[in-house]
Design a protein around this ligand. Structure first.
Ligand code: HEC
Ligand code: HEC
Length: 149
């Protein structure tokens, strides 16, 4: 009985961060994870409804350092006003490959303002609001990659 209970607990803990199918939750973290891939590409080309990628991301992208490599452990925050003002609506921790991603519901209605923080305390703000979490639909395409130092 106790063994069954323990086993169940371990199973829940082990599966809570992985993605078995499209409806499962998935998110990056600052814990050295390297499960992600394709740094710099538009994750939502595949991680979308009906796409091949495991997990349907609501927000995802990549942060680079000044040397064109993925920036490990950046932190992406979404606010209701520019330059870190208003209400903090979401915090997404980037992984060791420079990628950040989540399947959590994010309400972009009205637009949200992005701040990306480096591990040394530097913060880069995007001036205009975003209404989509597909950061690399623009960054790396119509505009430069997201860079933090
Ligand atoms: C060309 C399509 C494609 C693109 C672009 C893509 N992915 Fe994936 N992704 C997949 C597929 C297919 C899988 C499942 C098979 C695998 O693990 O390779 C997957 C799996 C994953 C996994 C789960 C791995 C695991 O072991 O559970 C993560 C995390 C992930 N992708 C993150 C990202 C991020 C972040 C981006 C953007 C920087 C991205 N992907 C871009 C197709 C893609
Ligand atoms: C519709 C296109 C578009 C989307 C989507 C977009 N950006 Fe941007 N981003 C830009 C443009 C253009 C600039 C430069 C002008 C500005 O700051 O508004 C920029 C600037 C930035 C900057 C400041 C410059 C830098 O490189 O540090 C950061 C940080 C940033 N974006 C992060 C993000 C993140 C994170 C996302 C996804 C949540 C995102 N952006 C989605 C177009 C976009």
């Amino acid at each position: 009985m106790l063994a069954t209970l323990l086993f169940a607990t371990v199973l829940i803990a082990a599966t809570s961060c992985s993605k078995e199918n499209e409806s499962d939750e998935s998110f990056s973290s600052n814990t050295g994870g390297t499960e992600s891939h394709n740094t710099g590409e538009n994750c939502m080309n595949c991680h979308k409804s009906g796409g091949d990628g495991e997990g349907r991301f609501t927000l995802a992208g990549s942060v680079f350092n000044g040397q064109q490599s993925g920036y490990s452990n950046a932190v992406v925050r979404l606010y209701t006003a520019p330059n870190g003002g208003g209400t903090l609506k979401a915090t997404i921790n980037g992984d060791a490959r420079g990628n950040f991603y989540t399947t959590s519901g994010i309400d972009f209605a009205g637009g949200l303002y992005v701040a990306v923080a480096g591990t040394g305390g530097n913060v880069e703000y995007m001036n205009s609001p975003v209404t989509s979490g597909a950061c690399s639909s623009c960054h790396g395409n119509s505009t430069t990659q997201i860079v933090v130092n």
